[in-house]
Design a protein around this ligand. Structure first.
Ligand code: IVH
Length: 676
């Protein structure tokens, strides 16, 4: 019974993950999804022996490994021969033609053209529908067992078929595909690395490889890796005659297949396609370093066979590298939201793959020193898709003999206060809390989409408001008046009213959005949601210690310490106070009864302690349960509220130490009553 319920819940959650991450077409709200997951977590906590490897709760990472086990691939993972221009592809087709069986002509061939995703190849093994192994390519014969890491990747099915109304599963299946990091996630990850003073990744491929090859799968879980499946290694229990059918079959089982893959008989079309892709590669949300052309017919593939390490039936058309050289005119510095100062290069304008580049990141001072990049150098610039252009290296042969090494600044480029270095951190930080550059960045972040999403307050307006002295912190947005705005250049009545209305309506945004907007290091929207759900109020969060915070799933020591440090600073405490006075949501409201018919205490776990003024324990328990809540005996990180009366003992101190909100009988009645 419980077994069935668990299986059903897992299937349902995995299906919703598939709708969201593979089809990009969710059919339930995030909140409804969270509820399902919470339900599963609670059931599994009650039945820990019934946790299975295909449970979506197992996607958060397992215990760290000492090293990766070696895995011998049952069928070697070959590589591909490269083509660098149309001629190379034509020669390849001629070679194929010479090898064709008697009676077959080039006009009988079908070609499949696939983007060549720049990530790393994996082999995923499924036995009786269950994902049992994920392995890297390694040297093609022997790779590494990265199963725990692969499980954390949201669009990799843990059990197939993902959809209940889909076809049967094969007894055995090995799926091959590319694990990659979408460009937007790559940029975000590098920004986070910079914020932490950690090393940045040179490109999405390195970031994907570094993230997948983590001995601690919890680190992998925090990196939004993704898969595109492109081949079947072997299948036991299904017949596929062509590459196109193989992809279709994998798609039906629930694997993510690249939507741009095309099948054509016309070789001229093959080249047209590749050229169109090459031109449009910057619009893709992932990095593609070429196109792969494959012969569609699998029997023919087998007849053509392998030569050396590459099949004769496929070829990779490599896109030209997106690098260029130009002159570095000047090294300048930016001040970030947290005061971190980072260097960037001002360049002589250069066209790279159709885009004019005038600036490029230099990442951090350590990297800059290591590469010994100097003003006046001729440098190699690299850009790919939306990846921020970066300076790769100087060309030393072209260096002016009189050039001088670069020295990092000692004062803030904006407020001119001395810069500080923390411990052996490589980052230089401006610790002036009144630094205008930081304030502009903080406001920009506060009003941005993942945070308070205040329309009509872009980068320029944030800057204008700070420069006019109207904002000393983000909370000052809520005291802006029409008169003040009308006094600014470019502000007519309509614009001012629109901005004020957007600011006013932002007060309705939930607690986690406010928390995101505070701009605490390492607390982006995902972390903010976790913390908000767990602490439920800013008071509880302010009281939480490093240890309390570390008990929250996915919150490690670094995030926890960054939060504690943030709340310990008086200007930040003052900011919270101002935000409270402005009327922002600084706690999670109890669920609304009208909302989806949920009871007011649905999903909330209570512990009762001490002597209550009017109720016996049993009466209190009945009241809570009647309104949808649950009562448990022990205070744990899962407890949402402690209902406490007189002479409360150890449970009270435990709840306090975990930062769990403590309420009395009256408060509970009011909360429930007020929402009827
Ligand atoms: S097919 C025998 N298809 O490119 C065929 N590979 O240089 C083996 N890759 O190791 C690979 N996208 O990591 C294939 N659509 C695609 C691909 C692809 C990226 C990578 C893969 C492979 C490397 C070959």
């Amino acid at each position: 019974m419980i077994d069935e319920q668990l299986t059903q819940l897992r299937q349902e959650i995995n299906y919703h993950l598939y709708r969201y991450h593979t089809l990009d077409d969710p059919i339930i709200s995030d909140a409804a999804y969270d509820q399902l997951l919470q339900q599963l977590r609670e059931l599994e906590a009650q039945h820990p022996d019934m946790v299975t490897p295909d449970s979506p709760t197992q996607r958060v990472g397992a215990e760290p490994l000492e090293s990766f086990e070696k895995v011998t691939h049952p069928h070697p993972m070959t590589s591909l021969a490269n083509a660098f221009d149309d001629e190379d592809v034509k020669h390849w087709v001629e070679r194929v033609e010479r090898q064709l069986p008697a009676g077959m002509a080039i006009s009988d061939l079908e070609f499949v053209i696939e983007p060549k995703i720049d990530g790393l190849a994996v082999a995923l093994t499924y036995e009786n529908g269950l994902l049992v192994r994920g392995a890297t390519r390694g040297n093609g014969e022997v790779g590494e067992n990265v199963t725990a890491n692969v499980r954390t990747i949201k669009n990799i099915p843990l059990r197939i078929p993902v959809s209940a109304d889909s076809l049967d599963f094969p007894k055995g299946l090995e799926v091959r595909g590319e694990i990659y990091l979408p460009i937007a996630e790559f940029n975000r990850l590098n920004q986070q690395q910079l914020d932490k003073g950690d090393k940045v990744f040179a490109n999405p491929r390195n970031a994907a490889a570094g993230s997948l090859r983590q001995l601690d799968s919890k680190t992998t879980a925090a990196r939004p890796l993704s898969l595109f499946a492109y081949a079947i290694g072997y299948v036991d229990g299904a017949e596929v005659a062509t590459q196109g059918e193989a992809l279709q079959y994998l798609r039906q089982l629930g694997f993510p297949i690249n939507p741009d893959i095309t099948v054509t008989k016309d070789f001229g079309e093959v080249l047209n396609f590749i050229h169109r892709w090459m031109e449009g590669r910057d619009q893709l949300p992932y990095d593609a370093d070429g196109a792969v052309i494959k012969i569609n017919d699998i029997k023919l593939q087998q007849q053509l066979g392998i030569v050396g390490n590459s099949p004769r039936w496929a070829i990779a058309y490599k896109f030209p590298a997106r690098e260029a050289t130009t002159k570095l005119l000047e090294i300048k510095c930016n001040v970030g939201r947290t005061g971190q100062v980072t260097p960037y290069a001002v360049l002589e304008a250069v066209n790279i793959g159709g885009v004019t580049v005038r600036q490029a990141t230099l990442h951090n001072f350590e990297d800059l020193a290591k590469k010994d990049i100097r003003a006046g150098d001729t440098v190699v610039i690299k850009r790919a898709g939306d990846v921020i252009p970066q300076v790769v290296k100087p060309i030393l042969d072209l260096r002016d003999p009189d050039s001088l090494p670069y020295h990092p600044p000692t004062v803030c480029p904006d407020c001119h206060e001395p810069l500080t270095r923390f411990g052996d951190d490589v980052a230089l930080v401006c610790i002036n809390t009144a630094c205008p550059a930081q304030l502009v960045r903080q406001i920009e972040y506060f009003v941005s989409r993942p945070a308070m999403n205040i329309d009509g307050c872009g980068v320029k307006i944030s800057e204008q408001l700070v420069k006019a002295g109207l904002l000393k912190d983000a909370a000052d947005l809520y005291t802006l008046t029409r008169k003040q705005l009308l006094g600014l250049e470019g502000f007519a009545e309509k614009k001012a009213d629109k901005l004020l209305a957007a600011i006013e309506s932002s007060k309705q945004h939930p607690f986690d959005k406010v928390l995101t907007g505070l701009g605490i290091r390492e607390v982006g929207s995902a972390v903010a949601i976790l913390i908000a759900q767990r602490t439920r109020s800013i008071e509880a969060l302010q009281k939480a210690t490093q240890t309390d915070l570390e008990t929250i799933e996915n919150i490690g020591p670094s995030i926890a310490s960054s939060i504690v440090k943030w709340f310990s600073q008086p200007p930040n405490q003052a900011l919270i106070e101002k935000l409270r006075r402005a009327g922002l949501n600084l706690e999670i409201a109890l669920p609304d009864v009208k909302n989806e018919g949920a009871l007011p205490l649905a999903n909330l776990i209570f512990v009762i302690t001490g002597t209550l003024p009017n109720w016996s324990r049993e009466e209190a328990k009945a009241f809570i349960e009647q309104h949808g809540g649950k009562v448990t005996d022990t205070v744990s990180k899962k407890t949402n509220y402690l209902l406490a009366g007189e002479k409360a003992g150890s449970k009270l101190s435990k709840a306090e130490s975990l930062g769990i909100p403590i309420i009395g009988e009256t408060e509970l009645k009011e909360q429930v009553g007020g929402r009827k």
